[in-house]
Write a protein that binds this ligand. Structure first.
Ligand code: SF4
Length: 90
């Protein structure tokens, strides 16, 4: 099972600035039992998250590009139900 990456731990393990190292194999996931489907994540991270017909997020299964990792971390932090997460691949 993949581990959830707390933002602070990801930054600390990479020295805080190396986004390409931080993002290697990191993917967005959703806890569907918690998601309310209002789509804030799609507004904050439209490059990786689209909305389905009911407003629930459709998330790219590709690793988060280094250039978008800060935006992805912000979307995770602002998810009102803590449903959006970053996970490292095993
Ligand atoms: S911001 Fe969180 S609760 Fe809202 S749609 Fe995205 S994952 Fe679901």
């Amino acid at each position: 099972m993949a581990d959830v990456i707390p933002r602070a731990a990801a930054r600390a393990s990479s020295g805080g600035r190396n986004t390409s190292a931080r993002s290697a194999g990191v993917r967005l996931t959703v806890d569907w039992t918690a998601c309310d489907g209002r789509g804030l994540c799609a507004e904050l991270l439209h490059e990786l998250v689209k909305r389905d017909d009911w407003g629930f997020p459709l998330i790219s299964d590709q690793p988060v590009p280094a250039a978008l990792l800060d935006h992805a971390e912000r979307a995770v932090e602002l998810c009102p139900t803590l449903a959006l997460r970053l996970r490292a691949d095993q």
